[in-house]
Design a protein around this ligand. Sequence first.
Ligand code: 4NP
Length: 146
Amino acid sequence: MESILFVCLGNICRSPAAEAAVRQRAPELALDSAGTGAWHVGKPPYEPMQDAARARGLDLSDLRARQFTADDFGRFDAIIAMDRQNAEDIEALRPDGAEAPVVLFADYIGEGDAPVPDPYYTRDFEGCLDMIEACAEGLVAGLRRP
Ligand code: 4NP
């Protein structure tokens, strides 16, 4: 797995943070993020998330939101969704024959169905980043395992 797309709803909180947390741990991977919604296309990540991430050494300032498209199935080895609704919205766009798996991020900490809670609504940026960093660790450890 060399290229991974992280997907949430707005692409301004969870998926940009996930992208940066995995990049910090595995800079050799080709990573991107996108949102299933289009509200924030072209915008940088949400300032409170940028601030919380920066305090952990994660710089989100160069990232810009874009919307997930069906073409993304052909551009990435795997698509990682932050919650089940994201995964359903992604799957609804799957082209015939597209093989890239859609996985929930919490799978990498053995929590299967658990959502990465959306801090845009919960306002719990620290809890969200704790979970994202744990999932990022699990993902990268899995890739490095022989
Ligand atoms: P995200 O959070 O999916 O983690 O980027 C959201 C940010 C904004 C909105 C929804 C979710 N919104 O509806 O504006």
